[in-house]
Structures are given as structure tokens and as C-alpha cells.
Design a protein around this ligand. Structure first.
Ligand code: HEM
Length: 73
């Protein structure tokens, strides 16, 4: 499996972790608690989703730039 496929897999599984963390957040809020750590536990997968997501977003453009450069050379 190449690097971009790994990134896609990581993004997919991070999205599952993120959704579970959001559900846990609501469950804790529903009990009337405000727990800061559970809030941060959603932000960590979200931040990782942002990086892996931006990587996947840029990938097709980067491939196009690279093949255009190769055509010029
Ligand atoms: C935080 C910023 C995020 C960015 C910039 C981002 C960006 C992307 C990009 C560019 C793709 C690839 C789309 C394609 O196939 O061309 C993707 C796929 C996907 N994203 Fe995100 N995403 C973000 C957050 C999330 C979140 C919060 C979730 C769900 C909780 C999520 C779930 C998914 C899933 C399930 C896929 C499909 C993965 C696969 O094909 O296996 N993403 N995302």
C-alpha cells in the first residue's frame, strides 16, 4: 500500500474515532458535567483529520503540477 492510501485509511479511521468522541462529549454534557479533557479528546482527532484531509485535497493538484513539469522538461 502506498503512502497516500495509508493517509486515506488513517483519515477514515480517525473520522470514526472523532464521531465516537463527539458522542461521548454529548453524553458527558447530558449529565450536566463540563469535562475539559473530553473536549480536547475530540480536538486531537479533528486536528489530525485536518492534516490528513489537506494532504488528500492537495494530492491531485500536486500530481498535476508534477506531470506538467515533466512534460516541459
Ligand atoms: C478537518 C478537516 C477535513 C478535511 C480538510 C477533509 C478532507 C478530506 C478529503 C480531501 C477527502 C478525500 C475526498 C476524495 O475522495 O477526493 C476526505 C475523505 C473523507 N473524509 Fe475528510 N476531511 C476533514 C474532516 C473530516 C471529518 C470531520 C470527517 C468525519 C467525521 C471526515 C470523514 C471523511 C471520510 C469518511 C472520507 C472518505 C475516506 C475514504 O475514502 O476512505 N473528514 N476528507
Amino acid at each position: 500500500m502506498n503512502a497516500s492510501k495509508w493517509i486515506r485509511q488513517i483519515h477514515r479511521w480517525l473520522s470514526v474515532i472523532f464521531v465516537l468522541a463527539v458522542i461521548a462529549n454529548f453524553a458527558v454534557l447530558g449529565r450536566g458535567d463540563i469535562a475539559l479533557w473530553i473536549g480536547f479528546s475530540t480536538l486531537i482527532p479533528l486536528a489530525l483529520l485536518l492534516f490528513t484531509g489537506i494532504y488528500m485535497f492537495v494530492l491531485p493538484y500536486a500530481n498535476r503540477w508534477r506531470s506538467a513539469r515533466r512534460a516541459v522538461q
